[in-house]
Design a protein around this ligand. Structure first.
Ligand code: DX5
Ligand code: ZN
Length: 230
């Protein structure tokens, strides 16, 4: 993992939806690396969020990669629609998908980036066989469905195990974490081996504004990276 490789992906779930475009532009101007879009259907997780029309709107205001986190029961049904709307990559869950390999191949056939997500109760070992086929792995650091939750410290050991798997099998694969990432937990996750941080509340909703929040997150993660790799 090269120095300075920590990427920050603000999650729009915590943005002010009345000013969504404006907030995404602000995140881009302040050095966000990607925009994380959480799609929920009220079945796979007990919450409903947004659909492809929002990606279509965001596509007009940002050049950043739009990564779509599919928290829905049958992601295959909606891949094409989200592609046409302007999505760049998809994160699909291991849980509840009997044909995950097929879903990943569909994403790749559409020319998009593919990532696999595991929930807090799912072991790192489940990722081993699919790892050669994907560009990123995502370890949920909260139970999916809601923003503003507390980071689960028990996931740190798993982040370390997934990092080991990645180094053995596909070192160029990104390791992303999602949920409860703030200036304290970001450093812990990076030290454990994460190189992409999804951050909703700590970027869009911590009261200090997107610019200051991004700067602070960037600074603690760079420090953690330097500390871990010196
Ligand atoms: C939770 C979502 C997260 C969420 C993170 O199901 O996948 O992306 O938006 O939000 P914070 O950073 O507030 O925990
Ligand atoms: Zn997410």
């Amino acid at each position: 993992m090269p120095q300075g490789a920590i990427k920050i992906a603000p999650s729009i779930l915590a943005a002010d939806f009345a000013r969504l475009g404006e907030q995404v532009v602000e995140a881009e101007q302040n050095g966000a690396d990607r925009i994380h879009v959480d799609v929920m259907d009220g079945h796979f997780v007990p919450n409903i969020s947004l659909g492809a029309v929002v990606v279509e709107g965001l596509r007009k205001v940002t050049r950043l990669q739009l990564e779509v986190h599919m928290m829905i029961t049958n992601p295959d049904l909606f891949l094409e629609e989200f592609c046409e709307a302007g999505s760049d990559s998809f994160l699909v869950h291991w849980e509840g998908n009997a044909n995950l390999h097929r879903t990943v191949q569909r994403i790749k056939a559409l020319g998009k980036g593919a990532g696999v997500v595991i929930n807090p109760a799912t072991t790192a070992a489940m990722l081993e066989e699919i790892l050669p086929d994907v560009d990123q792995m995502l370890v949920m650091t909260v139970n999916p469905g809601f923003g503003h939750q507390h980071f689960l410290g028990s996931t740190l050991a798993k982040i370390r195990r997934v990092r080991e798997l990645i180094e053995q099998i596909k070192p160029e694969c990104d390791l992303e974490v999602d949920g409860g990432i703030d200036k304290k937990t970001a450093a812990l996750a990076v030290t454990a081996g994460a190189n992409v941080l999804v951050a909703g509340t700590s970027v869009f909703d911590d009261g200090q504004g997107v610019a200051a929040a991004k700067k602070q997150l960037r600074s603690v993660t760079n420090d953690a990276w330097n500390e871990t790799h010196r």
